[in-house]
Design a protein around this ligand. Structure first.
Ligand code: COA
Length: 331
């Protein structure tokens, strides 16, 4: 008789954001913008910016330690560390390897996935596959990004949008077949690669004095295009993961979407016909923290006791690539 593949579940979560708060009024002192413009167009009021002597791995470490504590597990219980990030400490090695050393993990394999703002969902989905295959029992899944280091602080169209943070989840074999990650899907459309990207610093255009002078090491974005495709794509993939899990929109207890812009989130909720009371929004506090946004929001709602046993939680994300994804979890 063949045994059913084990289901994976989130056993614990943790998050960490820098202490330094940058408000919209602070930004209005350095670029031609206002609290009113930023709030109306994005819903963002403030964001956290990492202090100069720290890197993405420092936030990732804090979030990971909190997730392990929440799960009641030790670092020795981990088989794998998978980090979603596009702002690792180094070009290489991976942030996951740096994190592994900082946590003192041994006998694990660690790697990054770069799907920009979708990074956590990609990492979660990959961990789910490893657990289902039987190769991994417990994985640490992290989203950590420090986009403040890749912003042009003279470009008002991008510097107002992003913030720094890290979130983590310990994902392990579920002890209840009905609970855990019910379905997940990932998708990409690389034809949009240059709609949201950093032009220089990669193999195509390595750093030179000229690239620095031309400010090509910071985010370039066609915001309107991102907005349009994000809403449409997140709606489609959310419906597909719900179908995969044989659930409908009304079954969803809570949506934890990627926090890029309040208007994207409300447009998505409207298209899915999900009331905003069921949709988590914390973008006003942190801005867009890229791969960290979903695990930070998930950790906050779990700690606030907003997720009860049996609740169906829908996660969905969208970002550079374009890369997007969704997952349905029964807690
Ligand atoms: N403060 C004041 N004015 C600003 C501004 C700022 N921070 N940024 C842009 N503007 C100006 C523009 O220069 C433009 O002026 P103009 O009409 O004189 O040319 C005007 O505001 C409208 O700009 P526009 O880009 O059309 O605004 P928008 O309504 O599309 O909103 C975004 C811009 C970026 C907020 C919006 O497109 C967006 O959120 N897109 C998605 C971005 C995103 O989430 N990316 C990450 C995905 S993971």
């Amino acid at each position: 008789m063949t045994q059913a593949a084990p289901r994976s579940a989130i056993l614990g979560t943790g998050s960490a954001v820098p202490a330094t708060v940058v408000t919209n009024d602070d930004l209005a002192k350095i670029v031609d913008t206002s609290d009113e413009w930023i709030t109306t167009r994005t819903g963002i009021k403030e964001r956290r910016v990492l202090e100069g002597d720290k890197a993405a791995s420092d936030l990732a470490r804090l979030a990971s330690e909190r997730a392990l504590e929440d799960a009641g597990l030790d670092v020795a219980d981990l088989d794998a560390i998978i980090v979603g990030t596009c702002t690792a400490d180094y070009q290489f090695p991976s942030l996951a390897c740096v994190l592994e050393a900082k946590l003192g993990a041994r006998d694990v394999f660690s790697f990054d996935v770069n799907a920009a703002c979708s990074g956590f969902l990609n990492a979660l989905s990959v961990s789910d596959m490893f657990i289902r295959s039987g190769r991994v029992r417990n994985a640490l899944v992290v989203g950590s990004d420090v986009l403040s280091r890749f912003l042009d602080w003279q470009d008002r169209s991008t510097c107002i949008l992003f913030g720094d943070g890290a979130g983590a989840a310990v994902v392990g074999v579920s002890d209840d077949d009905d609970r855990g990650i019910l379905s997940s899907r990932l998708q990409t459309d690389g034809s949009y690669a240059e709609t949201l990207y950093i032009r220089a610093g990669g193999s195509k255009k390595p750093a030179t004095q000229e690239t620095v002078e031309n400010r090509e090491h910071s985010i370039f974005m066609n915001g309107k295009e991102v907005f349009k495709v994000a809403v449409r794509s997140m709606e489609e993939i959310s419906r597909r993961v719900l179908d995969d899990a044989e659930l409908c929109v009304d079954d969803v207890s809570l949506v934890v979407p990627h926090q890029a812009n309040r208007r994207i989130i409300t447009a998505l909720a409207a298209r899915l016909s999900i009331p905003m009371e069921k949709v988590i929004v914390n973008v006003h506090k942190y801005g867009n923290t890229s791969a960290a946004s979903i695990p930070v929001a998930l950790d906050e709602v779990r700690r606030e006791g907003r997720i009860a046993d049996g609740d169906i939680v829908l996660l969905n994300a969208f970002g550079a690539g374009f890369a997007w994804g969704a997952a349905v979890i029964r807690f």
